[in-house]
Design a protein around this ligand. Sequence first.
Ligand SMILES: Cc1cc2nc3c(=O)[nH]c(=O)nc-3n(C[C@H](O)[C@H](O)[C@H](O)COP(=O)(O)O)c2cc1C
Length: 229
Amino acid sequence: MGPEHSDERTDADPSSSTTVEIIRNRRSTRTGFENRGVPTDIIRAIVSCGLAAPSSKNAQPWAFHVVQSKTQLREFADLVRQAEGLEDFVPHDALTGKRGDNWESTVLESAEVLGGVSSAIFVENRVAFGGGRKALSSTTTEHIQAAILGYGLEMLGLGAAVQNMLIAAASLKIQAAFMGDILIAEEQIGERLGITGELIGVLILGFSSEQPPPRARMESGLSAVTWHT
Ligand SMILES: Cc1cc2nc3c(=O)[nH]c(=O)nc-3n(C[C@H](O)[C@H](O)[C@H](O)COP(=O)(O)O)c2cc1C
């Protein structure tokens, strides 16, 4: 619906919605975390918002692993630092197999972030649609299209769960960031957490005085929005 349309079914004023404001102002925070962990009742509320996410076929492909031990998070950060292929851990082109020129590895920075917090939620894909990345990379050409479709939809549900938790954290005044770089040590971290599916990343949480300014993407990212009126 274009900007000149109005909808008589709602009298909501978009300029006064705190939820809209929280979503627009949300930023990833990576520095300045205090030593104290996030209280369990707040983490519980954040996780409950992850569980409230929509998912394809209502498969709820997620499992959340809450870690509240700074020692364990530091250990995980070390596993990430010690992993092989740090520099090459960037998106690669599916057709050529070449690493994207535009992407720099951020693995060491992400390890630093993980080692600097006292609370984190590791997100597991329970591979409800069957197999996950490993199976996907070894399946036959006959099955690949349907498998990619299922995996993509599974990921969208997981993304919704992660985003619900990021927004919940922001609304509870908890600083947070989601990090996929830790997957470089997926095997080692997964083993310690008892993961049977596959890890998709970690949501770090904490109290930090550092809050990056809003991105104002509605102004800078207008080419991403087309109004078909
Ligand atoms: C799937 C996904 C993976 C991400 N992985 C990392 C990561 O490994 N390390 C990191 O510092 N940030 C990571 N981020 C955070 C992004 O870098 C961040 O969202 C992006 O730069 C936009 O900044 P903003 O969240 O402050 O708007 C990730 C975000 C998503 C959604």
